[in-house]
Write a protein that binds this ligand. Structure first.
Ligand SMILES: *Cc1c(COP(=O)(O)O)cnc(C)c1O
Length: 371
């Protein structure tokens, strides 16, 4: 097998889907795949077996769902749609969420407009990292209650909020009272609500009983509403790896392994979030006898994944397996420095390994001009 390569794990992916389908059934809600976290469409038929459809961050993801998950619900949200985009979206989507009253007023009479909702900002979130906090001061995402005149909502069928990131059911339970206190008077005339993503439902230790209880209680208070969740991360959590190979070793006082995988290009959230990815059979620095700093093959000084220790010395050609790389890595990767994109492989339930896609020089060049 050539590296670097992402390996999706069908069995682990399906395990997540089964957990989500169980929540869906017990809570009586609908669950959508947020494609921005995971869009490897080879697995969309499996998603369609367990969930209700997808949500998109804009035109292209909506089209992807239309092509690769036909017949299931196709929702779309964008901070600001254009008229050209709307003309396409009305062909593909059954639900659209507008980010501002200005957008709603501008497009409310658009021919063929699907069921429309408004993203609101309940001004309550427990996300500490500002770049992931849609309720931060000055946020452009969602309309605060004080900026909505009730008569402006005429014709809207849904309300949407997305205020969470990798969080538990307790956070949703604390958020809902804020949402209902501020927007509850609009709910009788709505058909649906969408509580966004950021629900870490498939994470070990997540309190699924509390989620189900919270959702059922909400539905009891508002029995006429269809309730949606649209997690991304929870669907592909821990369902894929990135396999890399050590290209070279150097030591100027700090032993360093230079890999063929790059933090900057192939796991950008390691630097953006930032976080430390787990590596199979590796430990914290000095936990095992041989510690290395792991760096990527780019010119970026900060293209460093972190310091890890191993039971045996790394050698040229040693393989490293980075865990939990199905989410927010494949969809965000790039060819900075002309670094090749990792292949995308799929480990089927029967253990066989399928190559979904390999990339070449043409993929790099074609993004930069006519070829
Ligand atoms: C990011 C996002 C999601 C998915 O979030 P996860 O953290 O991956 O669950 C869902 N809805 C909206 C509007 C988002 O921006």
């Amino acid at each position: 097998m050539n590296t670097p390569a992402y390996i999706l794990d069908e069995a682990k992916f399906e395990r997540n889907l089964k957990i989500l389908a169980d929540v869906r059934r017990r809570a009586g809600v609908k669950i959508l795949l947020a494609q921005k976290a995971f869009s490897c469409f080879a697995l969309y038929p499996l998603v369609a077996k367990y969930l209700d459809g997808t949500t998109a961050s804009g035109l292209f993801e909506a089209r992807l769902a239309h092509e690769e998950m036909p017949g299931r619900e196709n929702h779309v949200f964008n901070p600001a749609f254009t008229e050209q985009e709307l003309a396409e979206i009305v062909k593909w989507c059954d639900h659209i969420v507008f980010n501002s009253v200005a957008q709603w007023k501008r497009f409310r009479a658009f021919p063929g407009l699907p069921s429309a909702g408004l993203r609101v900002n309940p001004l309550y979130s427990e996300v500490e990292h500002e770049i992931y906090n849609p309720c931060a001061a000055g946020s452009r995402l969602g309309v605060p209650r004080s900026h909505i005149a009730p008569e402006e909502l005429e014709g809207l069928e849904g309300l949407h909020f997305h205020t969470m990131c990798e969080q538990g059911a307790d956070v949703l339970a604390r958020t809902l009272p804020h949402f209902e206190r501020q927007f509850g008077d609009f709910l009788p005339r709505m058909k649906w609500v969408n509580f966004g993503g950021g629900h870490h439902i498939t994470k070990k230790g997540y309190d699924r009983a509390l989620l189900v209880r919270t959702l059922r209680d909400f539905r009891r208070r508002h029995p006429h509403l269809e309730v949606y969740l649209e997690p991304g991360e929870a669907i592909a959590l821990d369902a894929g790896t990135l396999v890399a190979t050590v290209r070279e070793l150097i030591d100027y006082g700090t032993p360093i392994a230079i890999l063929d995988a790059s933090a900057e290009c192939h796991m950008p959230d390691v630097l953006a979030m930032p976080y430390r990815p787990r590596i199979v059979h590796a430990g914290e620095p000095a936990e095992k006898p041989f510690t290395y700093r792991l760096g990527g093959p780019t010119c970026l000084a900060g293209d460093v994944i972190g310091d890890y220790s191993f039971a045996r010395p790394l050698k040229r050609g040693s393989r490293l397996v980075f865990e939990d790389m199905a989410i927010y890595s494949i969809v965000k990767n790039n060819t900075f420095n002309g670094i090749p994109l990792p292949a995308i492989m799929l480990k089927r339930k029967d253990g066989s390994l399928e190559t979904l896609r390999e990339f070449s020089y043409a993929d790099f060049k074609s993004r930069l001009g006519a070829i």
